[in-house]
Write a protein that binds this ligand. Sequence first.
Ligand SMILES: [Zn+2]
Ligand SMILES: [Zn+2]
Length: 127
Amino acid sequence: MRNTRQRAAILTVLRETESHPTADWIFQEVRKALPQISLGTVYRTLEMLAQEGVVRELDFGPRKRHYDGSPGKHAHVVCLACGRIADVDAPLSPELSRSVSETTGFQIMEQRTEWYGYCPDCTAAHV
Ligand SMILES: [Zn+2]
Ligand SMILES: [Zn+2]
């Protein structure tokens, strides 16, 4: 029962943001609704939700794991300066997967695409 409430609270936080937050950020937000929740519980619950395919885990290296409340397939663009992660709504070309399959002999099940650059807020300072 308690577990269900924690799970629901974590999902609500994730679904209400488009920022692809880290577990620490989610923890700070969930704590406003459930002050007793621990960071360990947040980590475990996120892991479970990711395994079930309810949320998506985005791994950008050690201690850079982010969570995505929309599990559907979509690509991301990541800011090199502030670390902001945004969804890319442009459709991914299926031809790319097909040519990877043809040249490697792999049967492609999933394609993960990330672009890196500077977001509108950081462009002025870095380009
Ligand atoms: Zn930025
Ligand atoms: Zn996303």
